[in-house]
Write a protein that binds this ligand. Sequence first.
Ligand SMILES: NC(=O)c1ccc[n+]([C@@H]2O[C@H](COP(=O)([O-])OP(=O)(O)OC[C@H]3O[C@@H](n4cnc5c(N)ncnc54)[C@H](OP(=O)(O)O)[C@@H]3O)[C@@H](O)[C@H]2O)c1
Length: 358
Amino acid sequence: MSIVFERQAHPLGIHRVLEPEGAMPQNAWKLDNTPVALENEILCEVETLNVDSASFKQIADECGGDAEKISRHIAGIVRERGKQHNPVTGSGGMFIGHVLKVGEALRSKVDVKAGDRIASLVSLTLTPLHVEAITRIDVATGRVWIRGKAILFESGLWAKLPADIDEGVALAVLDVAGAPAQVQRLCREGQTVVVIGADGKSGVLSCAQARARTGASGRVVGIVLDDTTASSRLLRDTNLVDELVVADARNALDVLEKVAAAAPGLADITINCVNVPGTELASILSTKQDGTVYFFSMSTSFTAAALGAEGVGKDVTMIVGNGYAKGHAATALQTLRDHPALHAYFNDIYARVPEQRI
Ligand SMILES: NC(=O)c1ccc[n+]([C@@H]2O[C@H](COP(=O)([O-])OP(=O)(O)OC[C@H]3O[C@@H](n4cnc5c(N)ncnc54)[C@H](OP(=O)(O)O)[C@@H]3O)[C@@H](O)[C@H]2O)c1
């Protein structure tokens, strides 16, 4: 019998922690992923995982981009840890699927019932996940189709999937929902905003929010590796940025020079949306004294950011990219509805399922 049935069900899911003792589900090494809902849990049939970009890139690089190897790698992590928690990047992702069962103690408390289609809004790093099979992988977007089940705790967050947005698109947007919501909260009329990794999922949504919040008197500068991609063209053609700067964010001095040319006073707010390590200094140097850096990237090192800012004498407020902000799912989906060209771009990329099966 699984250990989970011998413990009192805790709202935060602590009863599912197998090791180490005293850990919370997120920082635990291993969870009990028995696919049965206790009285305060929700059991879901999972259809697709959106593996967090930093995690998927690390796994894909290690597997040489080979879908079968990536599939075995991901299955191995879940088998070992009872959750999709990449031990190298420490990050996870989220899932979409439908509710199979709501535990008896929760039924009167939550607005969700068996059969509802939902997206999880808590990280896969704390979500007990049981994978029977991985059936498809889209290497280009980090989406993984599975047969499997997941548990949401009483404290877990989820969103019902909207009827007017394709589910693949909703999965992609909700995974990064914290970014546009935080940008909306941070930016003010007339400010200069630099978005690093502007042409990725969270990057384009952040540019859209930055443009809306800073208005005609504001300035939005995007840093991209390649300004000929479809998303770079979209950013330019729809005026979601005033300028795109081509630079490798791992080269801090090059970024500083180019940002200073595009926005001489530097950024009031810099949003870091890249999926590679080593970009903390570029973010800090792009930001003016007393400005704010929002590190949405999961590849951010606290040490590199803290000591880097000290080393270059920058008194900037640095915000850890909390994946949750009140109303973030609604804000992220509304960003899409408010920008039909952005919505069409997401449809092109995410509203399709790769033909090839694993
Ligand atoms: N804080 C949270 O709760 C949370 C939630 C979800 C995701 N995340 C993290 O947020 C980050 C962005 O996620 P996403 O889904 O938006 O990723 P994404 O769609 O893969 O976008 C990442 C972007 O960064 C660009 N990039 C990579 N290396 C770069 C470099 N050296 N210089 C400049 N740009 C570079 C990529 O360009 P190319 O495509 O040309 O390589 C891509 O456009 C990731 O680190 C992800 O793990 C955080």
